[in-house]
Structure formats: C-alpha cells, structure tokens
Design a binder for this molecule. Structure first.
Ligand code: CUA
Length: 473
C-alpha cells in the first residue's frame, strides 16, 4: 500500500513540477517553432506513458496484493494483449519520430534566398566572415592561417579579397532574412548553439558543417559553445544582435575586408614601395609560407634583413639586398639550413622583387628598429582594445584580473614581476616575456600551473594591445 502511495505522489509531484518549474525555455526568436512543437509532442507522449505505467503499477500493487485465499495464475501468453501493446508502442514511437524527421528535412534544406556567413570556432572564441560585393566567400585552408590571416583565407583567391571579417564575438544579423551559417573549427570540436533560435550544430575541424534560420525578432541573443572543448569551454560565448536590414548593412560596410585587414595590421608606417611589396607578397602567395610572427613553411621574415644566414653547406652570409634578390629569383641557389628546397620560382618583375625586399626590410625590422613609429596609438586606447580582446578571445576564462587563482596565473601585478618557472629559472615578466607567452605559451611555463594554454591567434598589433592592458592591472 505504502509503495502504491509513493508511486502516485511521485507522478503527481512530477506533473506539478513541470507546470510550476522556474526553468522555462528561452523565448523563441526564429522560424523554428516547429522544433518546439516536436519537443512538445515527445514530451506529451512520454508523459502520458509515464503516468499510465505508474498508475497501472499502483493499481496492480493494490488489486493483486497477497491474500491467503488467492493463488497466482500462470498465463505465459496473451495474444490479444500483445497485439494491443505492440500496436500502441508502434503508434507512440512513430508519433515521436515522424515530426522530427519532417522538421529535420527542413533544417538541412537551406532556402535559396538565405545569405551566407561563415563562423569559425577556436579555443575559446568565435569569429565571423561575410562575403563581399561578389556574394561569395573566398577559399580558405589551414595552411594559410597565420597571425596576420587568422581565417586562413587564400590570399590568391580573388573571391576572398572583399570578404568582410569580424573577430569580435558579437555578430549582427538582419531580422526576417534567412541566413545560412557555415561552420569551421581551427582546433577541436565546438558546437554553435543559440538557444533562442533553437539551432545548434557541431563545428568540426577539417570539414564545413552548416545550419540555417530566420531571426524573427530584434534583440540580443546569447551564443553558447555546446561541446566540451577544453578548459575555457564555459567562456566560449558570444552574442547575436538582430537588427533591421538597414542597420545591418551600415554595420557590415564598416567591417574591414580581408585585403584591408592584411594591409592595416601590418602596413602602418610602411613606405609606398613596401606597401606595394606587401601586395605582391600576398598576391603571389609568399605569405602562405613566410610570415613575421609565425612562418608556416619557410624562414621567418621577422628581423631577416641584415641577419646572419647559415646555409646547408654551413657557409654564412648577411641577408642584404643582393642576397634577398637571389633568394627570390633563384630560390634553389641558397637553401637556409633546416629548410626543405620547396620554394617555387616565381614570375616577378624587377620592380616587384625590389618592392618585396623593401617590404621584408621595413616590416620585418620595424619592431627591432629603435625609435620606429610603431606606437602610433596611445597606450590608453591600446589598453582599452586589449581589455576587449581579453574578453572576446576567452583569455579571462583562465586568467583573472583581480589576483584570484584560476587555471592560469592572474594578470594582476603581473607586469614586471619575477616569475618562477617550472624549469626552476626565474624571469622578469617584461614585454618580450609576455609576447613569447602569448605566441609560444609552453616555452616558459610558470611553476605550479599546467601547460594547457593554446598558442594565441592574435595579430602582432592585437598582442601589443593586450600587453598594454596587462600593464594597467
Ligand atoms: Cu568550444 Cu566548447
């Protein structure tokens, strides 16, 4: 008897809790009301079965309880009952599955008038790419990813030059217009989830997945990563701000294009000739192998001009104009020790070669030139954008700014402090140390902390801004 009462209380309590629960779904803000309907159908069917089964057990416990007069009956088969149960179960399962299949067919068939946006996930931030005037996203590939090209857009693809890039975590979308999000990941599995839109999809390294929806109301809606992707997973968030079409267009027009982003990041304070060289280097694909902060396949251009080069046969030479010209025109003639002889001969004019050399010289030696005009932005401005980066790039998931201990060392009082490393050495946390820690996090790991930080994908200018911010703490 007590058992039957407990069962009934359990069922009534569950039903009551469902209606009184403070945990509601977020308000629907997209066309996917049909996803809510399928959830409701499943909930109602399972609820009816749950209530019926438990009430039946309670009934059976009372009705067939033990009495000395009654004997149990042996009834191994009941054809009629089996038919009813089989039929009922089948109808219930079909009623739960069929609506889901219908909605899923809609979900994977993107309407023709949807505009396309690319979402790139990485530990632990989101960034976005929009097609330019041509309505096409340029090709992208992992080998093009560098600190100056965080999306890995193919620098040789015409279609990519006018793509607009957004590296902050707040995406703006026009209301009442279907949008297709193509999803990529740079490192591990992530999942792009917007609860208000009822959509989520894995972003998988090495492939492009997608989802589509039509925002149906203006407002701010939270983006979450719904796939455990490492220590900063909980902080991999963002916002989608839905606005009127006109406001969206104005906002979009202010985003830098891919071509501009390559120019502006690196080309502040470059001469006209060096800027031409930069364009040549991008168009001819040099930057696919050579870079300044990171250099994917060939020798780095950072500080190259005037540096000593050691070749395969152990001869040495200073990298001056003549050497660089030869290295560009006859790549096979001088192979630097430790590199494969894979650079192709390029069709470059005399002028283009000169321009590329000027670019390597000015851009590569800019940071090391004393008194160079690299610090054009004032520190207060830099520090402000550094603070924003710390948020949007997920740094603050692991580094506190108030001295409290999270996964990584706190940033409070970090600048110019003595750090004890896991290796037993002690270093001063100056600009150089902070920059190295950003791009090669595991080169100097502070004692007592795990070596879990992924290398940053910031540009050189962004890294400077972040360091400027850390200084203020
Ligand atoms: Cu990305 Cu979790």
């Amino acid at each position: 008897m007590a058992f039957a009462v407990v069962l009934v209380i359990l069922v009534l309590g569950s039903v009551l809790f469902h209606f009184l629960s403070p945990w509601n779904m977020t308000p629907l803000a997209s066309n996917w009301g049909s996803i809510d309907v399928t959830m409701l159908i499943t909930l109602v069917i399972t609820a009816v079965v749950f209530i019926a089964v438990n009430f039946f057990i309670a009934y059976a416990v009372i009705k067939f309880r033990h009495t000395p007069e009654r004997k149990a009956e042996y009834e191994p088969e009941n054809k009629k009952l089996e038919w009813w149960l089989t039929l009922g179960t089948s109808v219930g399962i079909i009623a739960m599955l069929a609506p889901g299949l219908i909605v899923y067919a809609d979900f994977v068939n993107v309407p023709d008038d949807a505009h396309q946006i690319e979402v790139v996930g990485q530990q632990w931030s989101w960034s976005f790419r929009f097609p330019g005037q041509d309505g096409q996203l340029g090709k992208s590939a992992i080998e093009h990813i560098s600190t100056d090209n965080s999306f890995g857009v193919d620098p040789l693809d015409e279609a990519g030059q006018d793509d607009r890039l957004l590296t902050s975590n707040t995406l703006i979308l026009p209301v009442n217009r279907p949008v297709k999000l193509s999803l990529r990941s740079k490192d591990v599995l992530h999942n792009f989830y917007v609860p208000n839109f009822r959509v989520k999809m894995d972003s998988v390294p090495g492939q492009v997945s997608y989802q589509w929806f039509t925002p149906t109301r203006t407002g701010d809606f939270e983006i979450l990563c719904a796939e455990y992707c490492g220590i900063g997973h909980f902080n991999m968030r963002g916002y989608i701000k839905v606005v009127e079409q006109q406001e969206y267009e104005q906002w979009l027009a202010d985003l830098p294009t891919f071509a501009q982003s390559l120019m502006s990041e690196a080309s502040e304070a470059l001469s006209v000739k060096a800027k031409q060289g930069q364009e040549v280097a991008q168009k001819k694909g040099c930057m696919a192998c050579h870079g300044f902060e990171e250099s994917p396949a060939g020798p780095s251009w950072l500080g190259l001009y005037g540096a000593n080069r050691t070749f395969k046969d152990s001869t040495e030479l200073i990298a001056d104009d003549d050497y660089l010209r030869e290295a560009i025109v006859e790549p096979g003639a001088t192979i630097v020790k430790g590199y494969a002889p894979i650079m192709p001969k390029l069709e470059l004019s005399e002028l283009e070669v000169d321009a590329v050399i000027a670019f390597i010289k000015e851009r590569g030696n800019r940071d090391s030139d004393a008194g160079a005009q690299t610090m054009q932005k004032n520190p207060a401005e830099q520090s402000k954008s550094g603070a924003e980066l710390a948020q949007s790039k997920g740094c603050t998931a692991c580094h506190s700014v108030d001295g409290s201990r999270l996964v990584g060392p706190s940033w409070q009082g970090l600048y110019n402090s003595e750090r004890s490393l896991a290796s037993g050495e002690t270093v001063l946390a100056d600009d150089a140390y902070l920059k190295e820690s950003l791009f090669k996090p595991n080169a100097k790991v502070v004692a007592g902390y795990p070596p879990v930080m992924p290398p940053s994908q910031l540009s050189s200018a962004q890294a400077d801004a972040l360091i400027e911010y850390i200084k203020t703490l």
